[in-house]
Design a protein around this ligand. Structure first.
Ligand code: F6P
Length: 549
């Protein structure tokens, strides 16, 4: 990276930000009739409208200068070609290969990884077919009706989010359930609704060492055996998805029932791999293939569109603009789509586990603020909960609105109501309501001058609050694939600008280590003494409570 060019690009943006004082989006829309055309992009039916952002053409030019100075194109090429860009784990990062066309060949560390990708996809297709055709039978000879994915983090959030999002495409007669939490309530409440004869467990763990997943899988196996009373039933009801064959075998799962993936697939980027098995089982392999094709569309767009017309690049740079120049701490993801209810949770892991870093790739403290706190809820629910702060609070909260033009469930004019609310929110955030407008409104309602003066400050909306809108025809597997890959690449773009490694997650380790040491202390009759006073106090008070009848 060429330091002087990069420093100059940051410097130029800082100077540009100072010039922003006083500019209002209302004025920018008034002054430029072509602002929507200028600041929107399309990929097939997917429209990204980014015109309601605090940007001018100069802002975009300067942000693109930053991307070039950070050698974004070179970094992108390095990722797609399988270079070991995950430097702390010395791994390639190739989730893009999982959705590449079958005929591609891609050499990584002397091996054509596409051969492995195709082999596992074929294995998945054969298995899915057996289950769907009722040829895969449970211990009592009945076909499978319920799939329970046992996994956490990247081995849960992606498949869970996608299965929910694509419910209209689900195969009749198959249900999908997701158990992630080590809280025994999660598994217990799930199993209450299921019959062991017709339930298939997919134990999903990249490492196959994750405490939560192994505990839930062992409990699920005990539940099955309690009913089946024959160890051979495990092979009919348990399959594993992992990179760790040895641990799968040690757990007691038949290696023939294992679906492999590889260390070059990061956990939070793994739904495209065999981790997507529950998706394929729930929706059918043809829909899983469509999901992959959608992600590949976005990969191609990311690779080939000029930076200025590149959706992930633009979204990534806008995020940088707000985080590093407007001091935004958060980013709201607001799907006006009930099927996307889990998208914010999925994006929390994707974004916060990837870019929640404070040292650069070579271990120096970062000079700029990095990843935002991601949060969100489906619209219109969020409007009646936290939007107040977004409209009138003291913080700047950049928002992404997502919505389909057509609903899978037309019901009177409810989808039009949803659309109207979505478009109204971004408009309200952008334009706000001036004191003059509020005064005129209250006057028309017959309020006295005194009453108007008292209420005015509360009723004014500052506006000038930024948002993107992603609008698509209908939420189908292909569109969803494009949307997820869009966010994956957005996160990558930002990591390149900040010069951080988006593909490790050392920050989750300390808590895991400490939990391992606290577990025996909770079980011991001796009081805990080895921690700070608070942690000792909590452990010992809890033990006291548990001894009470
Ligand atoms: O604790 C975080 C994490 O390592 C995530 O990165 C990962 O997706 C999740 O745990 C689950 O890991 P595994 O798939 O190895 O069980």
């Amino acid at each position: 990276m060429k330091r002087p060019e990069l420093d100059a690009a940051w410097q130029a943006l800082r100077a540009h930000r100072k010039e922003w004082k006083g500019l209002h989006l209302r004025e920018l829309f008034r002054a430029d009739k072509r602002r929507f055309e200028r600041f929107s992009l399309r990929l097939n039916d997917l429209l990204l409208d980014y015109s309601k952002n605090l940007i001018t053409q100069d802002t975009v030019r300067l942000l693109l200068r930053l991307a070039k100075a950070a050698e974004l194109k070179e970094a992108r090429a390095a990722m797609f070609s399988g270079r070991h860009i995950n430097v702390t784990e010395d791994r390639a990062v190739l989730h893009t290969a999982l959705r590449a066309p079958a005929e591609l060949s891609l050499m990584v560390d002397g091996r054509n990884v596409m051969i492995d990708v195709r082999r596992v996809l074929k294995q998945m297709a054969a298995f899915v077919d057996k289950v769907h055709q009722g040829r895969w039978k449970g211990y009592s000879g009945q076909p499978i009706r319920d799939i329970v994915n046992i996994g956490i983090g990247g081995s849960d959030l992606g498949p869970a989010m996608v299965c929910q999002a694509l419910t209209p495409y689900a195969r009749p007669g198959i249900n999908a359930h997701f158990v992630s939490n080590v809280d025994p309530t999660h598994l217990t409440e799930t199993l209450k609704r299921l019959s062991p004869d017709t339930t298939l467990f997919v134990v999903a763990s990249k490492t196959f060492t994750t405490q939560e997943t192994l505990a839930n899988a062992a409990a699920a196996r005990a539940w099955l055996l309690q009913h089946a009373k024959d160890g051979r039933a495990v092979a009919r009801h348990f399959v594993a998805v992992s990179t760790n064959r040895e641990a799968v075998v040690n757990f007691g799962i038949d290696p023939d029932n294992m679906f492999e993936f590889w260390d070059w697939v990061g956990g939070r980027y793994s739904l495209w791999s065999a981790i997507g098995l529950p998706i394929a089982l729930y929706l059918g392999m043809e829909h899983f293939d469509e999901l992959l094709a959608g992600a590949h569309d976005m990969d191609q767009h990311f690779l080939s569109a000029p930076l200025a017309a590149n959706m992930p690049v633009i979204l990534g740079l806008l995020g940088i603009w707000y985080i590093d120049f407007w001091d935004a701490q958060t980013h709201a993801v607001l799907p006006y789509d009930q099927y996307l209810a889990r998208l914010p949770a999925y994006l929390q892991q994707l974004d916060m586990e990837s870019n929640g870093k404070s040292v650069t790739r070579d271990g120096r403290p970062v000079k700029h603020a990095t990843g935002p706190i991601v949060f969100g809820e489906p619209g219109t629910n969020g409007q009646h909960a936290f939007y107040q702060l977004i409209h009138q609070g003291t913080r700047l909260v950049p928002c992404d609105f997502l919505i389909a033009a057509e609903s899978h469930n037309p019901l009177d004019d409810q989808h039009e109501m949803l659309l109207a609310n979505c478009f109204a929110q971004s408009e309200a955030l952008m334009r706000g309501k001036t004191a003059a407008e509020v005064r005129a409104e209250l006057k028309a309602q017959g309020l006295t001058k005194k009453e108007i003066a008292r209420l005015l400050p509360h009723r004014v909306f500052p506006g000038n609050r930024p948002s993107n809108t992603l609008l698509y025809h209908r939420l189908n597997p292909r569109t969803l694939g494009r949307l997820i890959a869009l966010y994956e690449h957005k996160v990558f773009v930002q990591s390149v600008i900040w010069d951080i490694n988006a593909f490790d997650q050392w920050g989750v380790e300390l808590g895991k280590q400490l939990a391992r040491s606290i577990l025996p202390e909770l079980k011991s009759s001796e009081p805990a003494r080895g921690h700070d006073a608070s942690t000792n106090g909590l452990i010992n008070y809890c033990k006291g409570l548990r001894e009470e009848p």
